[in-house]
Design a protein around this ligand. Sequence first.
Ligand code: SF4
Length: 261
Amino acid sequence: MPRKTTRQSLTPAREGRAARVKGTKAQGKADAKAIHGQLPQWTTAEIAEAFRRFEAANPSPRGELEHVDPFTLLVAVVLSAQATDAGVNKATPALFALADTPGKMVKLGEARVRALIKTIGLYRTKAKNLIALSSKLVAEHGGRVPHDRAALEALPGVGRKTANVVLNVAFGEPTIAVDTHIFRVGNRTGLAVGKTPLEVEAKLMQAVPERYRLHAHHWLILHGRYVCLARRPLCEKCIIADLCKWPGKTTNTPASVSSSA
Ligand code: SF4
C-alpha cells in the first residue's frame, strides 16, 4: 500500500467540520490571554506526553518545501517568508532548473530570478537577496551552504528562523524554528508561552525532551497548519486536546492517535 504523505494524512482533519469555537469575541479574548502569558505553562510530563503522541501519529515528519540539497533548501526557505510553501513549490521547479547552485544563480541574474519568482510575495526583495546571498556563498564559502549559524545569519535575507530550518533539515541539528504556526500553538496551548518568537524558541529548547527536539519543529508546524488553525482550530481532531490550556477550545477529549506516516 503506498505511503501517505504528511499532507494527505492530515487532509481529512482540514476537511472535517471546523470546531464551533465559542464565538469570535470569546476566541479573541482567549488568544489575548494566551499572548499575554496568562495561561499555565505545561508541566514536563505534559510536554513529554504531547510529543509522545506526535511521534506515534507521525514518526518521521517532513517539511513541505521541495528541495534537493542545502542550497535549494536555503533558497526555498528564503522564498517562503510571508508566503505559503505551496506557492513556493509552484515557482521553484523552473528556478532550480536554471539555477540549482549559487554560481548558476549569480549567472542567471536578478532580473531573470525576479521574473521566475514573481508569483511569490515580496519577490523583488527576495530576488535581490537570492543574488546577494549566492554571491556571498561563492566568494566566502566555496559555493557551499555553511554549517554554521553565524555564517548563515550573515547571508542577505537570512534571519534566525531561516538559519534554524537549514540547520535542522539540511544538517540534522535539533533546532526549533519558530514561525507563525509554532508561535500561535506554543502560546495558545500553553506549551511554550512567550511574547516573541525568540522567547518561545528558548522555552521549547529548554522544555522539549532531547529525543523529540529534532522533529519538534515539524510536528508543531504541521499541528498549527492543519489542526490548530488560527481562526477555526479543529479541536475535535486534536490529539493533544486534553493537554491544551486554551480557554477557547471546544473539547477536552483527544482524538485517537493513529500512525499516519
Ligand atoms: S484543543 Fe488542539 S486544536 Fe484546539 S486549540 Fe487546543 S491545541 Fe489547538
